[in-house]
Design a protein around this ligand. Structure first.
Ligand code: GLY
Length: 306
């Protein structure tokens, strides 16, 4: 071993990887947008908010924001949360008529003494902050719901349109980590159903000392294992982001008698050194990674190779 070699500190490693953005699914434009904010010197918090807004405004995406598939009564209800490098958190649950719920979640975090607002209260709060009400049910999503109503079968579909909840984590120029998560939840859910996405430790968790994690897929399964918190805690204990994501998927699939054939869960993670990980139950979960100036969509490794 060479003598007098400078010791690699966490700070020097971060310098080589930042800015960095990782997000669930094929989210090229969202990640590019977040990376562009970081390149201009924005905070990781601003970057993840702006990145998520891209998907919320994308009416073709039927699992996030405007154009999201409705609940079984035909109402589009959105969930979102955001977490900053200081451990602050804000969330909104079951919000109708407001597209950019990630920004409402940020307002909850920054402008109220609370961490969560739900339903009508969240909508009224958003309006009081200047957000405009609009109809979130597009013609395409209405048609899909009307078709679904003929049989009204409740059946989570694996990798629905190869797209789902957007979870995003970013590392900014100062090496600070923030995360955001936004979704319309399960298509044709029972009215009032909330999944993992807006729940701290479920769909998202960030600890700036350690790293961050986010989830996509069937929220009930993520919540039962507190997936994102679990991943961050595993990284705290020395696991790499990849190892941590794999263990968290293991917690779901290795439950006695668990039939995981018909649902998907996918995780992404980043640690303080800028190492990333991703893992899912089934094939076809992908994620976008912006690192070293390149934005790539990458297929995740997965558990069910049978
Ligand atoms: N992961 C999104 C949901 O289950 O609502």
């Amino acid at each position: 071993m060479r003598q007098n070699q400078p010791k690699k500190t966490v700070a020097s490693t971060i310098k080589s990887v930042k800015p960095l953005v990782i997000a669930t699914w094929k989210t090229d434009l969202a990640v590019e947008t977040a990376a562009a904010y970081l390149a201009k010197g924005a905070s990781a918090l601003d970057a993840v908010e702006q990145g998520c807004r891209i998907e919320e405004a994308n009416e073709k995406g039927q699992s996030v924001g405007k154009g999201g598939l409705p609940d079984r009564d035909g109402n589009v209800t959105l969930d979102a949360c955001i977490m900053d490098e200081k451990g602050n958190y804000g969330a909104v649950l079951g919000v109708k008529n407001i597209k950019h719920v990630i920004s409402v979640a940020r307002k909850v975090m920054e402008d109220t003494p609370h961490v969560m607002l739900v339903g009508e209260g969240a909508e009224q709060f958003a309006v009081s902050k200047g957000f405009e009400r609009e109809n979130l049910l597009t013609e395409a999503s209405k048609k899909a719901w009307e078709k679904w109503k003929i049989k009204s079968e409740y059946k989570p579909i694996i990798n629905i349109e190869n797209h789902d909840t957007i979870g995003m984590l970013a590392v900014d120029k100062d090496g600070n980590i923030s995360g955001a998560c936004t979704t319309s939840g399960l298509a044709y859910k029972l009215a009032g159903r909330v999944g993992d996405s807006p729940i701290i430790g479920g769909g998202l968790f960030v600890d700036n000392e350690v790293g961050g994690a986010s989830a996509t897929g069937l929220g009930e399964e993520v919540l039962k294992t507190v997936g994102s918190f679990l991943i961050v805690e595993l990284m705290r204990q020395g696991k790499t982001p990849q190892e941590a994501c794999e263990i968290a998927i293991g917690r779901i699939v290795n439950k006695p008698g668990k039939d995981f054939k018909n649902f998907q869960v996918g995780y992404i993670a980043v640690n303080k050194q800028g190492e990333t990980g991703a893992y899912s139950i089934h094939q076809w979960f992908s994620y976008n990674l912006f690192k070293n100036g390149e934005n790539k969509n990458i297929q995740s490794n997965y558990f069910n190779k049978a």
